[in-house]
Design a protein around this ligand. Structure first.
Ligand code: EPZ
Length: 418
């Protein structure tokens, strides 16, 4: 197991290059199975979720070759429709493969997907959507078995705007016969990025970014080179780090419009934020003022993936805040760890009640999931004294070179094997 050792209190200065979006690259890797021509994904983020997704593709018979910062996927020899359970348990986004594997092989088998332990994370919306396209599904002994003679376009309505279900249905529908519409589709930027990728390989998808996505089935798909969008959650994480520690940083290669909800909150907290094309400059040199309430919502609302990091920030603001997590049932597992650092925070149901303290104190804390782990790092950077963050494999799932990027900004953080 590896841990971070952090000596808190340093202000952060300088520029940080934002990585390619984890939650764009993962569905795009799944989409590579749809075509037997080569796909090149540029500037692939060096994170374990991506490495595991590529491992799954190779288990399906695809060839994956790293070419510098890019990865080239060749699915022409792909011959297997069973997603390995060990990897499926690792990765929530393995479920996206159902849509593309069914589209290619007319059958698929997958164990229930794993991923961050932040709630029940059912896949009913994925499966109901696939059934509407003509897929027969049986669930037995922890496995989902899918088969179909032909995928037929249909009208689908999602009970909630699920990101993964929207993406999975898009992948299954691109080569279905006829037109598919997804009503109450998720509107996250990563959905639009997937649409742009699919259209580049010859699909006919429209409406992504709105609540209704339309997919007109095509017969053939081609290859392409693609640069996915920057990671809005990584960008937001660095902005929150600088807001908490004080200093002035520039997030480079970001898409500010994709985290405008966070930018507004940080301005309300008292940060100076200047946007210049793909650069976001945040400056702060004083104790932040609390924002009374924050509610996570589907995009374009405040992102659930920034809830933990922002709650960390609230613990050192003046006065108090209420953070409500509306998407996932247990996304406050990092709170007991923050309390070890002196945070005054109480969770009741989906609400975290935070009373700001002057300073957090360094402590030894445990990461339980990806974004909660990042939140603990931010708390350690802002705290007085020495902190340890244990089990940072959770953080490695979504942040490439995290400690390296933070050190470049002046943070005192090292990775240690225990
Ligand atoms: C995606 O997860 C992201 N992961 C998550 O990011 C993100 O938190 C989430 O979207 C919400 O934005 C990837 O893109 C790989 P959902 P996903 O389906 O697709 C319920 C991170 O930190 N639901 O939009 O699993 C579900 O329980 C990760 O990078 C059903 O009820 O999220 C939740 O309450 C964590 N039935 C809500 O929808 C279903 O079939 C939103 O989930 C599917 C989902």
């Amino acid at each position: 197991m590896e841990k971070y050792i952090i000596n808190g209190g340093n202000k952060l200065y300088g520029s940080v290059k934002i990585q390619t979006a984890k939650n764009s690259v993962l569905p795009i890797l799944a989409a590579a199975v749809l075509t037997d021509e080569k796909i090149t994904i540029k500037n692939i983020p060096q994170i374990s979720d991506v490495r595991n997704m590529i491992k799954i593709l190779t288990c399906l018979g695809c060839k994956a070759v790293y070419d510098g910062d890019n990865v080239i996927i060749d699915s022409s020899a792909s011959d297997c429709c069973e997603i390995p359970s060990a990897l499926a348990h690792e990765l929530r986004s393995s479920v996206f493969l159902l849509g593309s594997v069914i589209s290619r092989f007319r059958s698929a088998k997958i164990a229930y997907p794993g991923g961050c332990d932040i709630g029940l994370r059912p896949v009913d919306l994925h499966l109901n959507g696939l059934k509407r396209l003509g897929v027969e599904i049986t669930e037995k002994n922890g496995y989902i078995h899918c088969k179909c003679d032909k995928l037929r376009g249909n009208e689908i309505m999602l009970d909630c705007p699920s990101v993964g279900a929207t993406e999975n249905i898009m992948l299954a529908a691109v080569k279905a016969e006829g037109v598919t519409t997804i009503a109450n589709a998720a509107r996250e930027p990563e959905i639009e990025d997937l649409q742009n990728f699919l259209n580049l390989i010859g699909a006919k998808v429209s409406g992504a970014g709105s609540s209704t996505v339309r997919i007109e089935g095509v017969k053939k798909l081609y290859g392409c080179e693609y640069s996915p969008i920057p990671d809005r959650i990584e960008a937001g994480t660095f902005l929150v780090a600088a807001a908490m520690c004080g200093g002035e940083i520039t997030a480079e290669g970001a898409k500010p419009e994709n985290i405008i909800s966070l930018i507004h909150k940080l301005r309300e907290n008292g940060c100076k934020i200047h946007i210049n094309n793909d650069k976001i400059v945040l400056e702060n040199h004083r104790r932040l003022t609390s924002v009374k309430s924050i509610e996570t919502q589907p995009y374009p609302g405040f992102p659930t993936d920034l809830q933990a990091q922002y709650t960390s920030l609230c613990t050192v603001c003046s006065r108090h805040s209420i953070i409500t997590e509306n998407l996932f049932e247990t996304r406050f597992k990092y709170v007991p760890e923050l309390r070890k650092m002196g945070a005054d925070i109480t969770v009741i149901g989906r609400n975290a009640f935070v009373r700001g303290v002057e300073k957090l104190k360094g402590a030894s804390v445990m990461a339980h999931d990806l974004r909660g782990g990042a939140a603990l790092v931010l708390a350690g950077l802002a705290a007085e004294g020495r902190s340890e963050v244990l089990d940072i494999s959770h953080i490695d799932r979504g942040y490439g070179s995290f400690e390296y990027k933070l050190r470049n900004l002046g943070a005192d953080i090292v990775r240690v094997t225990v």
